[in-house]
Design a protein around this ligand. Structure first.
Ligand SMILES: *Cc1c(COP(=O)(O)O)cnc(C)c1O
Length: 224
């Protein structure tokens, strides 16, 4: 018998507790009935990576759900999620950040965001290269955007069985977080999140300082 959704959430929550980390239940491709199972056992943060799917689920599911957008976000789609999205994990350009600010303002809201670093070796992973991120923080007037709140960093490790490699990529992200914190966000109490760790690597991520894990298949089963 596979574990129930509720059992899986409880056992993951037990693992997160000593680290004070939060669980984003990644529900992409899964039907709303399964999200409701998770909701009914107390889960309130859900992560999706397709705009249309997120909009449809948010329309029908309970209003106290905190919706996180975890995937690559196209600028022309920000407007669809701006009325309700709580946290956008993967901001990978200055132009995207400006667009989020503009659309949040139009909705009279503040949207929380994380800056995505490219930490994996694979080319397929989005995110800003180190130099690009540091150039952006030094040169653009992001401090003047009043409808976004930059809350930390996010990254995805290489999909590999090599634990040493995954660990060193998580350490790299943790190092970037600390450097950004001391160089740009020392006075900013909102800047405190490191979003890293998925079903296959979240235990390692927790040991390396993750504050937010994004877990899908270990809760809802494999995606096909
Ligand atoms: C799908 C996805 C996850 C969750 O992956 P699992 O391996 O199913 O836990 C986490 N983060 C991002 C950005 C994703 O797209």
């Amino acid at each position: 018998m596979p574990h129930s959704i509720c059992d899986s959430i409880h056992s993951i929550q037990d693992e997160l507790a000593p680290y004070n980390a939060r669980l984003v239940a990644v529900s992409k491709t899964k039907p709303s009935s399964l999200l409701m199972e998770a909701y009914d056992c107390g889960q309130r943060i859900f992560g999706e990576n397709r705009v249309q799917e997120l909009v449809e689920k948010a329309q029908t599911l309970p209003k106290d759900i905190e919706w996180h957008f975890i995937g690559h976000l196209q600028r022309n789609k920000v407007k669809y999620i701006a009325p309700f999205v709580d946290l956008i994990h993967a901001v990978d350009s200055w132009k995207l950040l400006q667009e989020i600010d503009k659309r949040a303002g139009a909705n009279d809201r503040i949207i929380k965001v994380l800056l995505q670093f490219k930490i994996a070796q694979e080319d397929s992973k989005y995110g800003m290269a180190d130099e690009e991120m540091y150039r952006f923080l030094e040169q653009e007037n992001w401090q003047e955007l009043s409808h976004v709140q930059i809350c930390g960093v996010m990254g995805m490790a290489t999909f590999t069985d090599n634990q040493d490699q995954v660990q060193s990529e998580f350490e790299k992200l943790h190092g970037h977080y600390q450097r950004l914190k001391s160089n740009h966000f020392a006075e900013n109490e909102d800047f405190k999140e490191i979003s890293m760790g998925m079903s296959g690597d979240y235990q390692l991520a927790l040991k390396t300082g993750s504050t937010m894990v994004r877990i899908g298949s270990s809760i809802f089963g494999a995606r096909y």
